[in-house]
Write a protein that binds this ligand. Structure first.
Ligand SMILES: Cc1ncc(C[n+]2csc(CCOP(=O)(O)OP(=O)(O)O)c2C)c(N)n1
Ligand SMILES: [Mg+2]
Length: 375
């Protein structure tokens, strides 16, 4: 017992060091080595990514309300700095997988607005040929493995990506994103156990936006600190705030470096917020939280405003440049809606192609159960 208590005390201290929301704590993450080494262009690129996600999401909301997009639409507005910060740390051997709130991660890895918007319009020019929609963006060429609708269903898959890295002797990590609601799924618990048991380089990133659909964290999880559960699996963990992209980068860099170099899993909890309802169809979003709560986050922690202020203050960006980039991203999002509108749907004959069973169908690898190991 004594050992366990000691361990928890050490971890709680570690959390306090990295979490700016802790009372009496304020740390300038811009001066952390991983951020100080950024060139001006790289800093502006972070801003560009964050603004790009925001403008894309706003344009897709309009398209949804115009009836152009079917199914669900889960917007990432308010959380942009999380995906932008973490993806900016990815190297060629790193992989990423997430849930259905997947647009931000997709744009951050470099997918085009055109292929993403067209996917939501159900068009053949979409990244999944219009057969996946908003929840199923994919770009294997960018190590982006989707886009998954079953809550926590992507977590064992993320561990699988990490297992493959270790198996192949590659020094990469598998970034596996999930929500605060997903942490209570059995599959996630089983995945944590195996990831630790097998020492695989997976970084679980809990994007804790405080709600799972209309259920607040307090009503769904017995303990408020979600990453702390890692202790039960003998795994490292940290908690940080997500509105400052520099903080996200500083903490995630530690987790990713450890995973890559030591082949060890890590559980990272990032506290963030979503402005919109669970999905656009969620008309009740003002019933489970107050308008004031949303406005307070917007006023003090909006990811777009936070990075813009930082770059204006340190002289990296001018107001004019910031406006120009913003307009560029609005235009790009507008053009993507036109591209999607003008694109054709999939030809009738292709309706059954590209579905999962065909990936390894009729291959030698499938017979041996080794298709994904290039053997
Ligand atoms: C296994 C399973 N159960 C229930 C659902 C319905 N569902 C979709 S999203 C969601 C809430 C998940 O919330 P969270 O993990 O916090 O992610 P967020 O939407 O906040 O990004 C639920 C219950 C589902 N898709 N899959
Ligand atoms: Mg959530």
């Amino acid at each position: 017992m004594a050992t366990t208590k000691k361990k928890i005390a050490v971890s709680a201290k570690k959390q306090a060091q990295s979490n700016t929301s802790m009372p009496g704590k304020s740390k300038n993450f811009a001066t952390a080595p991983i951020n100080e080494s950024l060139s001006n262009k790289e800093k502006i690129d972070l801003y560009r990514t964050i603004v790009g996600i925001r403008r894309f999401e706003e344009r897709s909301l309009r398209a949804y309300n115009q009836g152009k997009i079917g199914g669900f639409l889960h917007l990432y507005i308010g959380q942009e700095s999380v995906a932008a910060g973490i993806v900016s740390l990815m190297g060629k051997d790193d992989h990423i997988i997430t849930a259905y709130r997947d647009h931000g991660h997709a744009l951050a890895v470099g997918m085009s607005m055109n292929e993403c918007m067209a996917e939501m319009y159900g068009k053949h020019t979409g990244c999944s040929k219009g057969k996946g929609g908003s929840m199923h963006f994919f770009a294997p060429d960018k190590n982006y493995w989707g886009g998954h609708g079953i809550v926590a269903g992507q977590t064992p898959l993320g561990a699988g990506l990490a297992f493959a890295l270790k198996y192949k002797g590659l020094k990469g990590c598998a970034l596996t994103f999930l929500g605060d609601g997903a942490v209570n799924q059995g599959s996630f618990m089983e995945t944590l156990n195996l990831a630790s048991l097998w020492d695989i380089p997976v970084v679980f990133v809990i994007e804790n936006n405080g709600y799972s659909m209309g259920t607040s964290l307090k009503r769904s999880s017995a303990a408020e600190n979600l990453a702390h559960r890692a202790e039960g699996f003998d795994m490292e963990w940290e908690v940080c705030d997500g509105h400052d992209v520099y903080e996200v980068r500083e903490v995630a860099n530690r987790a990713m470096t450890r995973a890559r170099e030591k082949h060890k899993p890590f559980l990272l909890e990032i506290r963030t917020y979503r402005y919109r309802g669970h999905s656009v169809a969620d008309a009740n979003h003002e019933k489970y939280r107050t308008k004031e709560e949303i406005e307070e986050y917007k006023r003090t922690k909006d990811p777009v405003n936070v990075i813009k202020r930082q770059l204006l203050d340190d002289g990296t960006l001018t107001e004019d440049e910031a406006k120009r980039i913003d307009q560029e991203k609005k235009d790009e999002a507008e053009a993507s809606a036109k591209f999607a509108e003008d694109s054709p749907v999939a030809p009738r004959g292709e309706i059954q192609t590209d579905v999962y069973w065909e990936v390894d169908n009729d291959t030698e690898g499938n017979l041996k159960g080794r298709y994904f190991f290039n053997d």
